[in-house]
Design a protein around this ligand. Structure first.
Ligand code: MG
Ligand code: ZN
Length: 226
């Protein structure tokens, strides 16, 4: 499948929740585990996604929705990695919403997908407020951003099922305090799984792949019995 680029405007916010529920019903029907990956710009969302496709693609059919203000740079990388991909461009926008996600779903062969990864627009604020119909929210924080982000952007951390601490290969050069960060996240969200990783060296990523693999399995089981 060629890379499709869809240009949209942000939609009126009130309808978002309803559309998100419709998206999730549709994803459930097809047994597609869907994760919404959020972070600031440059934290490593695309690198994480490329690593994940590469690790899972033998057994798992992966598709990606790429959300960006402009360009198809990330979508092209995902396409090269062999996954299905739709790029959504939001001129002047700062988050994906449920109707943009629906638009992307209309452009994907849903019967051929096991795992859908949505790369949200790089932004720690409003992506946390807009459900897309995903099953799990994944938040990525890179260590150069500092360990105080849970205090500054609490909503992003309270809603996350998984928090990945990325770029741990840089820890020797920075003042990032992993224990303080982990305590801050757990204080806001005791259930969040926290995985320290490096998408550059691969360190720690097996824990993430294993969590994701279990979630995909559970989704398949639920669909088979539903
Ligand atoms: Mg990216
Ligand atoms: Zn926004």
């Amino acid at each position: 499948m060629e890379v499709k680029v869809i240009i949209v405007q942000e939609e009126i916010l009130g309808a978002n929740e309803e559309q998100a529920r419709k998206n999730q019903d549709r994803l459930d029907k097809h047994g597609i585990l869907t994760v919404n990956v959020m972070s600031s710009p440059g934290a490593g969302k695309t690198s994480l996604i490329l690593r994940t496709i590469n690790r899972l693609k033998v057994k798992t059919r992966v598709a990606v929705i790429e959300g960006d203000v402009a360009s198809r740079v990330d979508a092209d990388k995902v396409h090269e990695q062999g996954a299905l991909v739709v790029q959504i461009n939001i001129p002047g926008g700062c988050h994906l919403d449920a109707s943009m996600t629906e638009n992307a779903l209309n452009n994907l062969p849903l019967e051929e997908i096991d795992l859908l990864i949505i790369e949200n627009v790089g932004n720690l604020i409003c992506p946390a407020q807009f459900d897309l119909g995903e099953h799990r929210k994944v938040m990525l924080l890179s260590v150069p951003e500092g360990d105080d982000k849970p205090y500054k952007y609490p909503l992003m951390f309270t809603g996350a099922n998984v928090v990945l601490i990325n770029k741990i290969d840089l820890l020797p050069y920075l003042d990032f305090n992993t224990d303080a960060f982990t305590q801050a996240v757990s204080g806001l969200n005791p259930k969040a799984k926290i995985f320290p990783v490096s998408c550059k060296t691969g360190e720690g990523l097996e824990a993430w792949f294993s969590w994701l693999g279990d979630e995909i399995k559970q989704m398949k089981t639920a669909t088979a019995h539903g």
